[in-house]
Design a protein around this ligand. Structure first.
Ligand code: D5M
Ligand code: FE
Ligand code: ZN
Length: 543
């Protein structure tokens, strides 16, 4: 089936307010008179349905074939030919999602269950779906398997008081420290001071300060719950090359020898929480793919609508039939007032209108794709991390495709493969602080490796990255993910760190004036596609 046919159908359906499943579009495109079938399908869509499903098309095709007494056609006739979908209908959208199944198979006996379709169309007020229930969608071999962890939306307790900062850092030290304590014979900072000179000592702590001495050595101050202790890395030791990777507030362990006066320790080894080299990632037990994107920036004059449409249309093709998940890593819209003079490059000035436009662009994506999204620094949620998922009003605006909206960061496990999603503001910081060969904009995945090594998505407090203190540190990477997905720097890059696949997706925004002024050349209009059964990546280009 030619892409043009299917793209035209998707575009027509989107302009009438409908989102469509890939198979529904394929069925229309391959019918004898696709234009007439398309019109009939639109005419006969039940009033509260938002997604055109294969059953809707089947009903029209059956009717056309003269078998007009089928249950599908009957139902369509009963609905009285709605003129368009209800937008923002929470209930309709939620019930709709509960029946998304059979995404791509050609076997009509599996894909045309009218019972299923009826359930989908009745807005019977069934409760809004709760976490984990996607796996209830047993629908043959198109079954989806999606779970969310570490979503802090609605869990925020921090008031921004000093005590909150103390408790979040205590939690960080406690949890990351527990990954290190078994590896060294550690002592609290205050008891190290009272040990005899020359003793072998070790400590687990947060990096409080890193500075060079007059003679070119490095002094690193480590802090734990009892106090601080200074550690000296001699310039001729092999560990010196690790010093330029250190960020303030990361947690590590040091081992060394106390000076004669017990006032300082000379470092012999450094340990990072890190990803064990033996880590073996989980993979899906069927061939299924996920598209990992971010930084759509709808509302910006530079938003690349044509590239986005090509991407969405491609998702409707045979080639993309195994893409069942779309993960969006933040910056859905351009936002307002994010940077000085940003308004000069806005195409849509009202933030809510930007989300409405984004919702329209999402509609073009096949209705049977499961979408998960987290916010970024351009989105209309608090800037400080962790960022809760969008509020009810914005969820209402973005409801057409019924995406899963979770916090930044969050971990989504799809088909058994865990994906840590984080927008990536701290990458700017890692790139600024570390030497070029260890982190740079052209290889954003290398900066991600550092975050994996530190087991924290935003170690440094008080710089670019704003942190909101909560009672626990949601930014700690507790469990090693199978995939780490970030965005933000608008550069595409991926690679493996101790078998964890790190992917920084590009963006859908062409170079802005600011980016031109600082020589940022964005990778715009690419979609990295991950095979969840092998963790192999292919990149599709749409620009
Ligand atoms: O971030 C896109 C990238 O560009 C990210 O690396 C930050 C950087 N950026 C973009 N605009 C600015 C301004 N005005 N100041 C500093 N850094 C900037 P995004 O989150 O999409 O804006
Ligand atoms: Fe961005
Ligand atoms: Zn960003």
């Amino acid at each position: 089936m030619p892409l043009e046919g299917s793209a035209r159908i998707v575009s027509e359906l989107t302009s009438r307010g409908y989102n469509a499943e890939r198979e529904a579009v394929t069925k229309i495109a391959s019918s004898d008179d696709s234009r007439a079938v398309l019109e009939r399908v639109i005419e006969e869509m039940p009033e509260d349905a938002l997604v055109v499903r294969p059953t809707h098309v089947e009903a029209v095709l059956t009717e056309a074939a003269g078998r007009s007494n089928g249950p599908g056609a009957q139902r369509a006739a009963d609905s009285g030919g709605g003129t368009g979908p209800e937008t923002g209908g929470e209930t309709a959208a939620s019930t709709d999602r509960a029946v998304q199944s059979n995404p791509s198979q050609e076997d009509p006996s599996v894909s045309t269950g009218t019972g299923t379709a009826t359930a989908g169309e009745s807005s019977s007020g069934s409760p809004v779906e709760t976490e984990g229930s996607a796996s209830d969608r047993t629908g043959g071999f198109g079954e989806r398997d999606l779970e969310i962890a570490n979503d802090m939306t609605g869990q925020s307790t921090g008031t921004g008081e000093y005590e909150d900062f103390v408790s979040v850092f205590r939690d960080r030290l406690e949890r990351l420290g527990s990954k290190l304590r078994g590896r060294v014979n550690h002592r609290p900072a205050t008891s190290i001071e009272s040990m005899p000179g020359g003793s072998e000592v070790a400590m687990v702590g947060l990096v409080n300060d890193v500075r060079s001495t007059a003679s070119g050595h490095w002094l690193i101050e480590l802090e734990d719950a009892t106090g601080t202790f200074p550690w000296l890395v001699m310039k001729d030791r092999e560990y010196v090359e690790l010093v330029d990777e250190l960020l303030c507030d990361e947690v590590l362990a040091m081992e060394g020898t106390l000076s004669d006066d017990s006032g300082i320790a000379f470092v012999d080894s450094m340990y990072f929480p890190d990803v064990p080299r033996t880590h073996e990632p989980s993979t899906a037990d069927r061939h299924v793919q996920a598209a990992l994107i971010s930084d759509v920036h709808v509302g910006s004059e530079e938003f690349m609508e044509d590239a986005w449409n090509r991407f969405a249309d491609w998702l409707h093709t045979e080639e993309a039939q195994h893409v069942e998940y779309l993960l969006i890593g933040g910056d859905m819209v351009e936002g307002v007032g994010v940077y000085p003079d940003q308004d000069e490059e806005l195409d849509i000035i009202d933030i809510y209108d930007q989300y409405r436009a984004f919702n329209e662009h999402l509609k073009r994506v096949p209705g049977d794709l499961e979408i998960v999204m987290i916010p970024g620094n351009h989105d209309a949620v608090r800037l400080a991390e962790p960022q809760p998922g969008f509020d009810e009003e914005l969820r209402g605006i973005m409801s057409a495709h019924d995406p899963r909206i979770v916090s930044n960061p969050s971990t989504v496990t799809i088909e058994g493969v865990s994906v840590l999603m984080y927008h990536g503001v701290s990458l700017d910081e890692v790139i600024a602080e570390l030497p070029e060969e260890k982190a740079n904009y052209d290889e954003p995945h290398k900066a991600m490796y550092q975050l994996l090594k530190k087991r924290h998505v935003a170690p440094q407090f008080g710089g670019h990255t704003r942190l909101a203190p909560e009672e626990k540190d949601y930014l700690v990477i507790d469990e090693v993910p199978d995939i780490f997905h970030t965005g933000h720097v608008h550069k595409l890059g991926f690679g493996k760190y101790h078998s964890v696949l790190a992917i920084n997706s590009g963006c859908w925004q062409a170079q802005t004036d600011f980016q031109k002024s600082v020589n940022i050349d964005p990778d715009a209009g690419y979609a990295p596609i991950v095979d969840l059964d092998t963790l192999d990546v292919t990149v599709q280009k749409f620009s």
